[in-house]
Design a protein around this ligand. Structure first.
Ligand SMILES: Cc1ncc(COP(=O)(O)O)c(C=O)c1O
Length: 365
């Protein structure tokens, strides 16, 4: 089976260095918020071109903590996309704020500014962009939009590790960016992990307090925080894996290019090509097909794994059914989620695997 991710096929040198890093942490006798976390935070901030990175427990907490650093909570609205991981929206709700859903562009599946405009209200505090599948688009538009509306620009970068728009990395355009290091992400730990990146010293300090029970000094609590700390073992693994991030991203881009060149089936549509080689890191490669479910089964029967990101738009999930949406509806999000299909696109795929995926898709009738 050509899998969606294949960690067991990773380079032996990477695995050896990871095992050595884990051994070092075990032997150090220090497991939470130590030097490994500090080192990784510095390395990740440098890689993203920002002043600060604060390691947290996972990507969802990164968003919740980020919102809380800005005092966004009860009574505040955050406009976001319904085509995202449920975690994006759950984080908004857990911070006490109210999500409002705008529609997407059909070419990219990213938020549509015209729809976002219709969702603005006096209670809007921020737009939470999701750089879905690893794409970053139109950041000049969003920066200007948020400036005019006098609201925060926030970025969910769980899928977009080091994707960049005009040489600025995702997460560095607004108040903060929230990253996930879930194992399948382009930069992943061997368990849960996340980080907030920011240029604001104040946001970074507040995030450090919130991730550790709201503790400003040991056993002194200025806030009601969370327990959401990045573990030393995961930080050590992430530091090692950072050395492979560019290489792995380059392989993902090469596979995506082969798909753009090779997939030629009138029943299958591809999303828009990125504007340049840095504005998409292909966390996922997604195709569209009116007979999506039949195509998914057909691929699996021929040894090609696939997934749907996402089968249900968030505003149709039971806990979110009464939430406010674009008054004109979310037609594009709804039709998109009925047609999208993610096909394998990971760094360990061989050229033979890639050619097989192309050939099998082209034979679908
Ligand atoms: C777009 C998006 N946001 C947030 C998250 C949440 O990240 P985590 O699983 O680390 O909490 C994910 C992870 O699946 C995601 O894809």
């Amino acid at each position: 089976m050509i899998l969606m991710n294949d960690f067991r096929a990773e380079p032996a040198e990477l695995v050896q260095r990871e095992v050595a890093a884990v051994e070092k942490v075990i032997k150090s006798g220090w497991y939470i918020l130590g030097n490994e976390v500090k080192n990784f935070e510095t390395a990740w901030a440098n890689c993203c071109g920002v002043n600060y990175a604060v390691g947290v427990g996972n990507g969802m907490d990164a968003i919740e903590i980020g919102l809380r650093t800005l005092n966004i909570g009860s009574g505040d609205e955050i406009i976001t996309t319904p085509v995202t991981a449920f975690a994006t929206v759950l984080a908004i709700i857990r911070a006490g704020a109210t999500p409002v859903f705008a529609d997407i562009n059909t070419e990219t599946a990213l938020l549509n500014p015209v729809s976002v405009e219709r969702c603005l209200s006096p209670r809007t505090k921020a737009i939470l962009l999701v750089h879905l599948y690893g794409q970053v688009q139109d950041m000049d538009t969003w920066v200007t939009f948020c400036k005019h509306a006098n609201i925060y620009l926030l970025e969910d970068c769980a899928q977009s590790h080091v994707a960049s728009w005009k040489d600025k990395v995702t997460g560095s355009f607004g108040a903060w960016g929230a990253y996930s290091f879930y194992p399948t992400k382009n930069l992943g730990a061997i368990g849960d992990g996340g980080a907030i990146i920011t240029n604001s010293e104040n946001i970074a300090n507040q995030a450090k307090i919130l991730r550790n029970y709201g503790q400003s000094q040991r056993y002194y609590h200025s806030e009601l925080g969370l327990n959401s700390r990045l573990d030393e073992i995961h930080a050590a693994i992430l530091t090692i894996r950072l050395d492979w991030l560019d290489l792995f991203a380059a392989r993902r881009k090469k596979i995506a290019q082969a798909y753009f060149d090779g997939i030629k089936n009138p029943l299958v549509r591809l999303l828009a090509k990125p504007i340049d080689s840095k504005s998409h890191v292909y966390h996922l490669f997604v195709i569209l097909c009116n007979e999506r479910d039949r195509l998914g089964s057909y691929l699996r029967e021929r040894g090609i794994d696939n997934l749907i990101h996402y089968p249900v738009p968030v505003h149709h999930q039971p806990p979110c059914r009464n939430m406010r949406c674009d008054p004109k509806g979310l037609f594009h999000a709804e039709s998109y989620t009925a047609r999208c299909l993610s096909i394998p696109c990971h760094p360990q795929m061989s050229d033979t695997d890639v050619n097989k995926v192309i050939g099998v898709i082209n034979e679908f009738r």
